[in-house]
Design a protein around this ligand. Sequence first.
Ligand SMILES: *[C@@H]1O[C@H](CO)[C@@H](O)[C@H](O)[C@H]1NC(C)=O
Ligand SMILES: *[C@@H]1O[C@H](CO)[C@@H](O)[C@H](O)[C@H]1NC(C)=O
Length: 274
Amino acid sequence: MASLSTFLTLTLFFLSHVNAKEIVITEEGYTVTTVFDGHKPHIFPFTVLQRPFSSDLILLDSVNSTFYTAQFPITEESVFTRLSGDGSVGYSDGDVGSARFAKPRSFAFDMRGNVYVADKSNRAIRKISAKGVTTIAGGEFSEKSRTKDGPALNASFSNDFDLTFIPGLCALLVSDHMHRLVRQINLMEEDCTLGSKPGLGAVMTWTLGLGLSCLLGLVIGIVVRPYIIPNVSSSQLVKMIYCRVKLLTPCPTENCVDRKAPTLATSPRHGSVT
Ligand SMILES: *[C@@H]1O[C@H](CO)[C@@H](O)[C@H](O)[C@H]1NC(C)=O
Ligand SMILES: *[C@@H]1O[C@H](CO)[C@@H](O)[C@H](O)[C@H]1NC(C)=O
């Protein structure tokens, strides 16, 4: 009797699992376009990411342990030029062009566009910056203990890990699949700050200046609003503020022309406020 009920339970179990249906809910409106084919240049795309605040794409070919770069938009005519790694597996820091990696798994950017590489088979985290390639964690000096925290160069990683940059923490989070750990590596503050990059600094300062002047304009707009626009609805006000901010930017302003709205320049109070 017991064996019969066991048999029935097992049968029911299998039936319920065999009958478990996949649920597919489709959503229309997306299109797939091939923009790059690695067959001819013998490139095996593994991951492609955009370098922040630039039009550079970085492509990782994990098979050949090589990083390539291209400008977007990518089309079939796009040229991927070698950035780092020479096609051979190895461990070599220093010059970006001649550095070697061992089956890198993933990579991430900080705010300055430095690249952090989960160099899988070297069990190391490498950094590609304007100064060259360095090791920031794991690698040669790592200890056997898999859980020891502390100086990153003494930490060890398995040969199956991924990393990602978390801007809010100014840190890398490493998910070590084999060790079943998530570990945090805090980055240098200047690598998480906009405007710290030489050359890019001027643009960032300019953008910041623009942002501040927008904010100032907005505040002035709100302060003088009761005196210059007595009968304006809040939706109109939002539109005006939006347009005022837009007018301060170099973008086209044709969507923002509102002849009825008085501007700050015509306000007699403008001078006394500033
Ligand atoms: C990448 O590796 C494959 C196989 O190892 C090789 O045939 C190919 O030429 C390599 N690609 C480049 C661009 O070196
Ligand atoms: C920790 O790393 C440093 C290099 O950064 C190395 O000199 C030292 O020997 C390492 N310590 C251990 C216990 O491996």
